[in-house]
Design a protein around this ligand. Structure first.
Ligand code: PDD
Length: 287
């Protein structure tokens, strides 16, 4: 069965799906995106992702491409057309197609919307989580509105590539005060020796992760103490556990930060438990 993509109102074979060369996403990275997990016939935390999509559009003054109800319908259709049981759906909205000019093109130009979906077996993430992953740290060289989920991801791309070249899975960005902001495509967490979850507050320095918000609810429901504050690489290296969160990884234990082994080098028990409990607390929208 061939993959199907959604492009500006049409369902098209993935291999033929394309946008115009003067799409502002292509020329200026003038657009935003979302990634949702699909798990066993459900879309996970759809409301949170669509709320954030609307917020990102609002912050960049890009018009909504369609109503929330229509968006939900297209997502469902696309996942069904691709016969996906577990995997990911990607949504991207840009300011549209217009002759190249930095200035906004005006309301006559409609935003462009693209969606793709892919199957990913849930066993892939679980296998990785059973071993844990390594992270490296790098200076945070991004702009100060990383709370907006824009497709302008060049620093993130370079950081992730650097991580992979050094044998790590993720790169943690570090700010001018030597505090970890977040990963290149994940939020960063540690658990101190007293069993307290520590993660940076969701201000402008990080993306307000939807997975992060669900993990905070899991922690609350299971009486795991949480401190929303920033932490340094050194503190992370002395932590009992560390992990990262994103729709693409859920809770992924971190067993190494730069050269330092975390705990005994195995995924920590609290991170592992949070991963197991995650879907009991996440929103499930039936396909
Ligand atoms: N990334 N921080 C950054 C910079 C991210 O790109 C992401 C998500 C997150 C976690 O957000 P959430 O829990 O809502 O997925 C944090 C997606 C998965 C991506 O770019 O593929």
């Amino acid at each position: 069965m061939s993959r199907i993509a959604y492009v500006n109102g049409r369902y098209i074979p993935h291999a033929q799906a394309s946008v115009h060369i003067e799409d502002r996403g292509y020329q200026f990275a003038d657009g935003i995106y979302e990634v949702c997990e699909i798990r066993e016939g459900y879309i996970i935390d759809e409301t949170g992702h669509l709320d954030r999509l609307e917020r990102s559009l609002h912050e960049l003054e890009i018009a909504k491409p369609m109503s929330r109800a229509a968006l939900k319908l297209v997502m469902k259709n696309l996942i069904r057309k691709n016969r996906i049981n577990s995997g990911m759906i990607y949504l991207q909205v840009t300011r549209g197609v217009a002759p190249r000019d930095h200035v906004f093109p005006g309301p006559h130009v409609a935003p462009s919307i693209v969606m793709t979906a892919k199957s990913v077996a849930s066993t892939v993430g679980d296998a990785k989580a059973s071993k844990g992953v390594a992270v490296i740290s790098l200076p945070d060289n991004r702009w100060d509105r990383v709370d907006i989920k824009t497709v302008s991801l060049l620093p993130n791309v370079l950081a992730k590539q650097k991580a992979r070249e050094t044998g790590a899975f993720e790169a943690w960005f570090v700010d001018g005060d030597d505090k970890v902001t977040e990963g290149s495509s994940t939020n960063a967490w540690i658990i101190n020796q007293d069993g307290v979850l520590i993660t940076r507050p969701a201000e402008h320095g990080i993306l307000r992760g939807i997975t992060r918000a669900t993990v905070l609810r899991v922690a609350e429901a299971h009486n795991i103490p949480v401190e929303e504050r920033s932490f340094s690489v050194e503190e992370a290296q002395q932590a009992r556990e560390a992990f990262i969160t994103a729709a693409s990884t859920i809770v992924m234990p971190v067993v190494k930060v730069n050269d330092a082994i975390i705990g005994n080098g195995q995924p920590g028990s609290i991170a592992t438990e949070l991963r197991q409990l995650f879907h009991q607390h996440a929103e499930h929208i039936k396909l």
